[in-house]
Design a protein around this ligand. Sequence first.
Ligand SMILES: [Zn+2]
Length: 165
Amino acid sequence: MTVPSDHPGGGSPKAEIFIHIDFATLTGLSGNPAELAGHGPLPTSIARAIAFDPNSTWWRIITDPQTGAPVDVGRTRYRPPAVTADHVKIRDRECRFPTCHRPAHDTDLDHVVPYQRNGETNTANLIGLCRRHHRTKHTPGWHFDLTEAGSLHITTPTGHTYWAA
Ligand SMILES: [Zn+2]
């Protein structure tokens, strides 16, 4: 978890600092060190005090437990971090549109549930579509759904439905 904090500094312009703290530590279940970005370790009690300040903003970031790299930044950013893009492209291999074999590294990342409708920027809501099929998806009458298992269900303007792996 990253806790950027906007602290009104005695009349001066707001300063933005970023504190990285894991959820268990934030909630008091463990006491792992927090980190003040750019400076280093921060005592847990101070990190919690800043995090729970009413002027602080929390960003939920889920990280890969092995690498620490962010894999899900929820609604905090629109553009997916490179690791998420890489994950989706490696998973999809090709454009997800049925019968299209354009390689995934050549595709756009599409939010299946649009970002404007609260779709999240994570691997469960992103698919690779080549530019042509990305445009198709956004044409009126087309409807794309991703199941929880990751299967893509497509409804065409004529009402035909297709499952794509
Ligand atoms: Zn395609």
